[in-house]
Design a protein around this ligand. Structure first.
Ligand code: C2E
Ligand code: MG
Ligand code: MG
Length: 882
């Protein structure tokens, strides 16, 4: 029953859902919850429902927590059935009349019927208040419940009044629905535990209207509740009798016997007494009555009063008659109950059963009478559970509550059964009264909510929360058995490509297939979880050593590398896996997570291995990385960078055709640091975004300065590199435009370089971005060409001006016929598409000669010049032009 056993009630009361509430600006939804947060809130609600000690506490906490979740002006829980209709309100709104009116006008009210059935009705009002149907604080319970459509009988209503100008959005409604479902679960639990409470509401009306005169007294004999039959019998009104002591209406001579009997009841000597005594009427006369008295106790067994039933004897019915048979309305009520109500004799035979049993079993109820469960054609476990529980009640002579399952295809229901022993006149148990309530739906809802809170909706795999819980248990066990636990972290390497090229629906399908393959790659006791996005984790709770963990990793990598069939497409993905083993008895969850994560990170950055085992060296690297990140961040804030410019030479004229801006980090200790040392880190931490914009801006300014310095000369455009992340950054186009505006630079003098792999990864998206950049008038160049796998078809669609042939393609161009052929093909293709070709990383005159032969337009490389500071470029240009 307790879904989250690790929390206690007291701990829980201190926890509030952590859903961020929006700020107070207008038209904000009143819940800004992400799915995960919503699940967290429902989880807390379930937790609350499972642990609240009393109904009052449950409501009070629920109201406070709903108020916090929705940042509500007012939350009210109307409960329908409690003795004093409970109306709890969290009222944080101003109360004076004017303010309240204003608030009312903007009320959005949600009514959740789900307190009863997990269903929700919404009654929202217009902003102008036209449809505000009631004054929330004084709305009668039945009126509120009447707003709930459908044939359900709710426990009550939750009303959440938002603040003026806020609306409760669709997510909020779902959240509220889940919350109400959880509350219903809690109410059921508490009611099942509280037998009196359950009977209370149903019986109160029957008590008041019953034909049998009945009275409830306190232990001291004061009348607390008297029905009208009793008042009529005595000639009083019910009000007059209220508060009188029962002894005052018992004939003087009979007072001692009633006093003795009640004392015996209170001591627990006997469960029930029947005494004959004379009652004094209001008129002063007396009647003879048979009084049947029993002790009333609370669920904890503490007695709090007596129930007295009277039969006036002149009217004479046999003493042993069953009082139930007198009350036709009792009978009618019991017969129409959806609960199964039955009475059994000491031999466990049915003495009575209401029609509800027919609906469940399809057996006419007459067939039940006089039979035991075993003698009826009932599902075996159902019959056996009943037998065991009945035997238990008869042996122990105390009430029990238990769950009983009825399953016979297609019916599969769960009942909460309360069995009450009924003593006869001698005090011995003669019969057992059973009330069985169908709790299947409630249970299913509770289970579903719990499942959702702990599983990933897409793949059905355990989520992070559940995984961490299992990891914790596994670690505890491994401490006892001194056997390591292994944790694998997985990240798909090119999931984004699939998502971007085939669409999100395909991406989802791929993730589901990956989940299934992962499950198939491990044993049943291992846990596969999805941590979000394309991240998965695998827990191997029993593993011999690192070698076997790596074997599993290998198997997984293998499984994932097989092609995936998605619709009519085939998709290929690979995965990087970090493997970590618990090393010492006192390894904790966080540590293992951290290690698996850094190992995964390492697997990702080295292309050699698809998986990597965490080791001490990695530890050092991890902390070193942390230091480097913080250094780089500081450098970005201080702009500790400079640009060098490498000339690009026109191979026909030998002139400088352009320059490429290349960034350097001016490190306080290490001096000038090249991009290889920090680009990956900048890319991973997103620091490339500010750094990259700085570079574009600085290069544009420099170019403008060169222009201003020698206005007459033929201009030498500057090119700047864009990383993958920059290229995908949504602010890119605007930023480039801003730079052009700010510097006043002729856009034709600025060129942007994007690596072939980046362009081809997102080819559709890339084309759009390139189009927008092209529209600004800047030049575009595909960098590192020859390293990726561009198709001609794609290239044609892209609005680029030039390609830069990667250094790797040219290294042996003067000696290697294959390389020369490839380069020749690239150049020919570029020419066909009207693109300029630039050979990069050219180091020898032989390479230059060969490139000329192959017809490359331009080249850059150490053979001409290393990247140079801006001033040297200025000097070079001056020399050149002059
Ligand atoms: P890239 O755009 O392909 O730049 C060419 C790289 O080759 C530069 O390295 C350059 O110094 C080097 N290089 C030039 N000639 C030769 C040669 O003859 N032999 C050899 N071995 N290398 C040569 P660098 O400056 O270290 O830059 C490396 C990469 O860092 C660049 O590759 C570019 O992708 C990136 N990068 C540099 N500056 C920036 C920038 O401002 N923004 C962005 N996003 N990336 C940049
Ligand atoms: Mg470049
Ligand atoms: Mg390059």
């Amino acid at each position: 029953m307790r879904p989250f056993p690790h929390k206690t009630w007291t701990e829980r009361t201190m926890v509030r859902p952590s859903i961020p509430t929006p700020d107070t600006s207008d038209d904000q939804p009143a819940s800004g919850a992400t799915v995960q947060e919503a699940v967290g809130t429902v989880r807390l609600a379930l937790d609350l429902a499972a642990t609240a000690p009393t109904l009052a506490a449950l409501y009070e906490e629920a109201v406070a927590s709903l108020a916090a979740t929705f940042d509500a002006a007012r939350v009210i829980v109307f409960e329908r059935d409690s003795e004093h209709t409970l109306r709890l309100a969290h009222d944080s709104a101003p109360t004076e009349r004017g303010a309240r009116d204003a608030e009312r006008r903007a009320l959005e009210v949600l009514v959740a019927s789900a307190l009863g059935a997990g269903r929700l009705a919404t009654s929202s009002t217009d902003r102008d208040g036209q449809r505000v149907a009631w004054d929330v604080p004084s709305m009668p319970v039945d009126a509120a419940a009447a707003l709930i459509p459908g044939p359900i009988t709710p426990y009550g209503v939750i009303a959440v009044a938002s603040r003026p100008g806020r609306a409760i959005d669709a997510d909020g409604v779902v959240l509220l629905d889940g919350y109400a479902g959880a509350l219903a679960f809690g109410i059921d639990r508490l009611r099942a535990a509280d037998a009196l409470e359950t009977a209370d509401a149903a019986l109160r009306g029957a008590f008041d209207d019953a034909h049998i005169p009945m009275a409830l007294t306190r232990l001291d004999g004061h009348l607390r509740r008297v029905n009208s039959a009793c008042a009529n019998m005595l000639g009083y009104s019910t009000d007059e009798l209220y508060g009188m002591n029962i002894q005052n209406i018992v004939h003087q001579d009979d007072r001692s016997i009633t006093a003795d009997s009640s004392a015996a009841l209170a001591r627990g000597d006997i469960p029930l007494v029947e005494i004959e005594c004379r009652m004094i009427l209001r008129s002063g006369g007396t009647i003879r009555a048979l009084v049947r008295m029993s002790l009333l106790g609370d669920p904890a067994g503490r007695p709090f009063g007596y129930l007295a039933q009277f039969m006036d004897l002149p009217d004479a019915r046999p003493v042993d008659a069953d009082p139930w048979s007198y009350g036709q309305d009792f009978r009618a009520m019991v017969e129409s109950m959806p609960d199964i109500i039955a009475r059994f004799d000491r031999d466990m035979r049915y003495v009575y059963v209401n029609p509800a049993i027919e609906q469940l079993t399809g057996i006419p109820r007459a067939a039940f009478i006089g039979r035991t469960h075993a003698e009826l054609d009932l599902p075996e476990t159902f019959a056996e559970q009943w037998r065991a529980h009945l035997a238990n009640v008869l042996a122990e002579e105390r009430e029990i509550t238990a769950e009983v399952a009825y399953s016979s295809t297609p019916v599969d229901r769960t009942f909460l059964v309360r069995l009450t022993p009924e003593p006869g006149p001698t005090g011995e148990v003669e019969t057992v009264l059973a009330v069985a309530r169908d709790i299947t739906d409630r249970r299913a809802l509770a289970e579903r909510l719990q499942f959702q809170a702990l599983h990933d909706a897409l793949t059905g795999l355990p989520n992070r929360t559940l995984m961490l819980d299992r990891l914790q248990h596994a670690l505890a066990r491994s401490r006892r058995h001194r056997q390591p636990v292994a944790l694998l972290f997985l990240d798909l390497d090119n999931f984004k490509t699939v998502n971007d090229t085939l669409g999100h629906a395909a991406g989802d399908k791929l993730l589901v297939q990956v989940a299934r393959r992962l499950e198939r790659s491990v044993r049943s006791e291992d846990t596969v979880a999805r941590f979000g996005g394309d991240e998965f984790a695998v827990l191997l709770p029993h593993i011999a050593n690192a070698g076997s963990a790596l074997e599993v990793a290998e198997r997984i990598a293998q499984a994932i590398s097989q092609p995936f069939e998605i619709g009519h497409n085939e998709a290929f993905v690979t995965t990087s896996i970090g493997v970590a083993l618990s090393e010492s008895p006192d390894d904790y969850v966080d540590e293992l997570l951290h290690r698996a994560d850094s190992a995964m990170y390492r697997a990702k950055s080295t292309t050699k291995n698809r998986f990597e085992l965490y080791d001490a060296a990695m530890q050092a690297e991890a902390s070193g990385r942390l230091q480097r990140v913080s250094d780089l961040r500081a450098a970005t804030e201080r702009n500790d960078f400079l640009l060098l410019y490498q000339p690009v030479i026109d191979l026909t004229t030998g002139r400088v055709a352009g320059v490429e801006a290349l960034v350097r980090w001016r490190h306080p200790e290490r001096g000038i640091v090249a991009p290889v040392e920090f680009m990956t880190l900048a890319e991973e931490t997103s620091l490339i975004i500010p750094l990259g914009y700085w570079a574009i801006d600085a290069a544009a300014r420099q170019e403008r300065q060169w222009q201003a310095g020698s206005p007459g000369d033929s201009p030498v455009p500057v090119s700047v590199n864009l990383s993958a992340r920059q290229f995908r950054h949504p602010g890119l186009v605007a930023e480039v435009r801003r730079t052009l505006d700010a510097t006043g630079l002729n856009p034709a003098l600025l060129s942007l370089e994007v690596a072939e792999q980046v362009v081809m990864t997102d080819s559709a998206v890339a084309a759009t971005t390139l189009d927008s950049l092209k529209a600004l008038g800047v030049g575009l160049c595909i960098d590192d060409f020859g390293t990726g796998s561009s198709s001609l078809r794609h290239l044609r669609r892209l609005p680029v001006d030039a390609i830069k042939i990667d250094r790797e393609c040219l290294r042996e161009i003067d000696r290697n016929a294959d390389q020369a052929a490839i380069t020749a093909a690239i150049i020919a293709m570029a020419k066909a598409l009207g693109l300029r070709t630039i050979a990069e990383g050219v180091e020898t005159p032989a390479q230059v000669a060969r490139l000329r032969e192959l017809g490359s337009d331009e080249a850059q490389g150490y053979v001409f010049s290393h990247p140079l500071p801006a001033e040297e470029i200025t000097r070079l240009r001056d020399a050149h032009q002059g």
